[in-house]
Design a protein around this ligand. Sequence first.
Ligand code: OGA
Ligand code: MN
Length: 205
Amino acid sequence: MVVEPVIPQFAPQLLESLFLDGFCVLDSVLSAEECAGIRQTITHMRAEGEFRPAQIGTGPSKQLRPDIRCDWVSWLGDPIPPALRPVFDQVEKIRMCLNQAWFLGLFRYEAHLTVYPPGSFYAKHVDQFRLVQHRKISCIFYLNENWLPEEGGALVLYNQEGQVLREILPLARRMVLMFADRIPHAVAKTTRERQSVTGWLCSRD
Ligand code: OGA
Ligand code: MN
């Protein structure tokens, strides 16, 4: 029986790159207008004071460590702001595609809006917590038009030996997916404000 991939335009590239490299870069996800709508929502939510300095760790060990990460985040919960609906719909298709292909048991999506002010960064890390391992696939969707390499802020992926594997610019309409437990990565210091929707496909807790 042939099972149709749920997202025909991305499925072959998505599955092949994730399988071979542990990460995948998808471009031209959503429209420029949809991205602009999300940026407007960020502007609005910031004015309402809905962003907080990001913390590291989980549960009781959660802490502010501006020497490790200095981005600002706003967690997305019900109701999802309408501008974010297209991202959630796209991630839902990816979730079904991965479950269909590999039986990953991906069950829910948790996400926050992220702003890196000029001068901020996130030091090298992996996304899966050591004790709580439900984060399986990291999904980062970028919102920044016309990003230039000299503006910094690249997502830097490393191999297990600590060598740089790839530097990915945070360009609007780009989505990066990676296995949350195996790809060490960092956000290089940015000189320009850098916005994204950062989330994880999770298995049952
Ligand atoms: C993260 C992270 C990368 C990026 O929030 O865990 O690694 O490119 N983000 O924003
Ligand atoms: Mn990360």
